[in-house]
Design a protein around this ligand. Structure first.
Ligand SMILES: Nc1ncnc2c1ncn2[C@@H]1O[C@H](COP(=O)(O)OP(=O)(O)OP(=O)(O)O)[C@@H](O)[C@H]1O
Ligand SMILES: [Mg+2]
Length: 291
């Protein structure tokens, strides 16, 4: 584990996250995040974009991808309602010899290494916790660790963004925090072609037929203002595929489109709700009309 010394205090750093998250489609959103991070002159400093959207639209994926595609190490910090200010900065642990070891959070590790910190689901964290990051989010670019008694400055290459669901927040954040988490980048449901690309990217082993059904399902649901997201679509396809495979093992014979649709309906009712089945029934109706 890598360590650094700051004002005489030894800090243990965490490793960046290496996860298979690649963003596809809507390239403008990646450009918007990266533009916010640009520094264009001596007196300039990077902005801290806030990625907003419904659950499962790809906020975390976009944040991670935006950092990785700049070749920066990315550190994900999962915010929760129990996140304390020191969790964001430095926490003490008792080591084997009984001495205190200071562990840098993923945010502080990113600050020191010049990486990207993604504060995921930032609206779950309290104002008190956000307040400890206030100097980091403006042109001061430092945090103070009360626990270790040190001030930690951010590397010039350090960048930060946060994701937030646009539905009910756990905490209402005050204006001075909101104004430091700008610009707000809104992620909407993707168009049909892009949604199909996303499904294909996440389910490379799936037949095109299943992906086509799921994309039709999702597009109809978006049209009807349902909250069903790409993630739900991926889960439905994933479970239906498992059902197809496990039934192929117990019975022989090829699977017809009707069988696949039945598994998709089962998956939709288990993963979402009974109402979700209707969108697949509409699909079946359309298919029989075409015949
Ligand atoms: N544009 C995209 N490119 C690639 N994958 C995507 C895209 N949009 C969504 N996904 C996939 O959808 C799923 C949900 O994405 P992600 O976890 O990033 O959403 P989120 O908005 O952060 O959700 P939550 O609000 O629950 O945190 C993931 O499996 C991700 O791979
Ligand atoms: Mg997320």
């Amino acid at each position: 584990m890598e360590t650094v010394h700051i004002e005489g205090v030894e800090l243990h750093l965490t490793e960046p996250d290496e996860v298979p998250m690649t963003w596809v489609g809507q390239p403008d959103l990646v450009t918007q995040v990266q533009a916010a991070w640009l520094v264009i002159g001596e007196e300039d400093f990077p902005l801290n974009p806030r990625l907003i959207g419904k659950p499962g639209v790809g906020k975390t994926t976009l944040a991670y991808h935006a950092g990785r595609s700049l070749n920066k190490p990315v550190y994900l910090f999962q915010a929760t309602m129990d996140t304390r200010p020191e969790d964001l900065i430095v926490t003490p642990v008792i080591s084997e010899g009984g001495t205190i070891k200071y562990m840098a959070s993923s945010i502080v590790s990113a600050m020191i290494k010049g990486g990207v910190a993604v504060i995921d689901e930032g609206n779950r964290m309290s104002e008190k916790s956000w307040a400890s990051l206030a100097p980091l989010l403006d042109n001061r670019r430092y945090v103070e660790s009360v626990v270790a008694g040190i001030k930690i400055k951010a590397h010039p290459e350090f960048r930060l963004c946060t994701t937030m669901n646009d539905d009910a927040s756990t905490f209402e954040l005050p204006e001075y925090i909101h104004s430091r988490l700008q610009p707000q980048i809104y992620i909407d449901f993707p168009e049909r072609d892009e949604e199909l690309l996303i499904l294909r990217k996440n389910l490379p082993f799936a037949d095109e037929e299943i992906l086509e059904y799921v994309v039709e399902f999702l597009q109809a649901a978006h049209e009807a203002d349902e909250r069903y997201s790409v993630r739900d679509g991926i889960n439905i396809a994933r479970y239906a595929l498992k059902r197809v495979i496990s039934s192929e093992q117990s019975t022989s014979g090829t699977k017809t489109s009707a069988t696949i649709l039945n598994y998709l309906k089962e998956a939709a009712s288990l993963i979402l709700d009974e109402g979700a089945i209707n969108y697949f029934n509409d699909l079946l109706d359309e298919m029989s009309d075409e015949q």
